[in-house]
Structure formats: C-alpha cells, structure tokens
Design a protein around this ligand. Sequence first.
Ligand SMILES: *[C@@H]1O[C@H](CO)[C@@H](O)[C@H](O)[C@H]1NC(C)=O
Length: 297
Amino acid sequence: MCVCAHVCLHMPVCVCVHVCLHMPVCVCVHVCPPHSSMAKGKGKGKKAAEPKGRKVTLKMARAALKVTVDGKRRLDLSNMGIAAFPRCILALSDVDELDLSRNLLRKLPDSISSFASLRWLDLHSNQLESLPPTIARLQKLHTLNLSNNRLTAAGLPPELGLLADLRRLNLGLNRLDSAPHFLCALRELRELALFGNLLSREPAHLRHLPKLLRLNMADNPLPPPSPPLDTVWRAPDLLLVRHSCLCDACHQRCHHMQERIHSRASAPRSHHSKAALTTATLSVPNAVPPHDQEAWR
Ligand SMILES: *[C@@H]1O[C@H](CO)[C@@H](O)[C@H](O)[C@H]1NC(C)=O
C-alpha cells in the first residue's frame, strides 16, 4: 500500500511536490488544495503576508525524530524551508531536544511552552524578530541557540530571565542594541554569546553573573577600551591630614609608604599584578622635608 506525505510549496504560485514513502514503486499525482487553505492568520495580511515555506506533516516530523548519542530524543527539523511553526509537532512535544535551525521562521507560537521537557532548543539562522514570553515555561532548558536571527532588545521578553537552568545562550548575529537586564537573572549561565550585534556600551551588569565562563562580544560597535582603570592601585585607607597633625612616628611611616609607592610606580608595568600605579594625582601628607619636624609636635 502506498502512504504519501504531502509537501506543498506555495511559491510563487502553488507548486506541489508529493513525497511518496514507497519510492520508486509508487508514483503519486496530487491535486493541490486552494492556496487560501494555508492562510490561518487573524485576517490581517493577505497573500503577501503568507509564509511561503514548506509544510511539515506529522508523518514527516515523526520521520525526523532521532535519538542522540547520549540517549536524548531529538526532533530535527533543521534546514527544511519551514516558514511557519508546524503545529502538528505539538503532538511530539515530549522530546528533549528540538532543532528548528536554518529555516524561515518569523515567530514562535505561544504554544512553544508545550515542549516542557526541552533541554536544548536550536533556532539559529531563522528570521525571528521577537520571542513569546511563554518560552519561560521551558524550565528544563539548558541550551538556547538564537543566533543569526533579527532579534532586537525589545523583542526579547524579560521572562527569559526565568529560565533558571539555562547554561548556554547564543544571541550572536542579531540586532540587539543593548544587553537586556534580565540576562543578570540567569544565574546558571556559563556561556553567553552576543557577538555581531549593535551593542554600543559595555554591558557591565553581566560581570555579576556568578558562573559565566565565556562571554563573546566580538563585532559590536563598542567604544575602544578606556584607559585601564582597574590597574590603578588605590590605597585602602588613604587619609589626607595636615603636616602639623602628624607625630614623628606617623611622619616616618608616611615617608616610608611614599618611597614604596614611588619605587612601584617606576618599576616596569606588569599585567599580572595590580601594582602599576599612578601617583600623579595622589597627594600624601608626608611631602615635607624633615627639618620641620619640631613644628609638628
Ligand atoms: C548556535 O548556532 C551557531 C550558528 O549561528 C553555531 O555556530 C553554534 O555552534 C550553535 N550552538 C551554540 C550552543 O551556540
């Protein structure tokens, strides 16, 4: 018996390709359904707004189910010309991994939250401009790849910060003009990619992510690094006092300190210690020659 899975490409007119699972024995000829039967939107855009992608049937999706080397169930729908999220795959929502990368997706439905077992979601190289807040219900998510889309900072829902177990987040090659603050809430994050965006400011708040090991911010219009502020040594308890208030012993200690500061400042700069000093603006109270000592008593 011949079982057929049907693929309809509505581009630019309706062209139908019938994929027969019993090839080459069975050859099918199919009459294409009217174009409008694909349109489901809420009445706004007409033909022009319709996704011209490939339709995935449940049968095709079942055939795309794989088991990874570490025993996870992965639904691999990568690179299939999919322009609209195939709702039929909700029937397979118990998978551990979902690969929808390299397609033409412009948005995800709220129902993405049905994939509650997902640990790994790959959406890289699509046309996503935003994400639904319901994505935060994927509480088991470890890895989320959103790279090479059209995401803006405004298109990322703050609810993403609720993905409590997220380890790897790739937001590279998007249109982010700032690193959203919710990223700070992702306390388990190990790797964060923000390369190839429109960041014009160093996202200082990301430094507080406790487990972050890798942060890729290459290819952003960031200003050139400012003078290395963190190599300036700051005396932990520097006090400015009048000479006349110092006793003899204090004066000597100050003098000693100043000598140490000068000797460190003239030593060759080391990248490994914070010993490089700038003394030009430091003013210490022991800059008075010792012949005045009597006057301090
Ligand atoms: C995500 O997608 C990019 C392609 O844009 C790929 O290079 C990378 O390996 C993927 N995985 C992760 C975890 O970022």
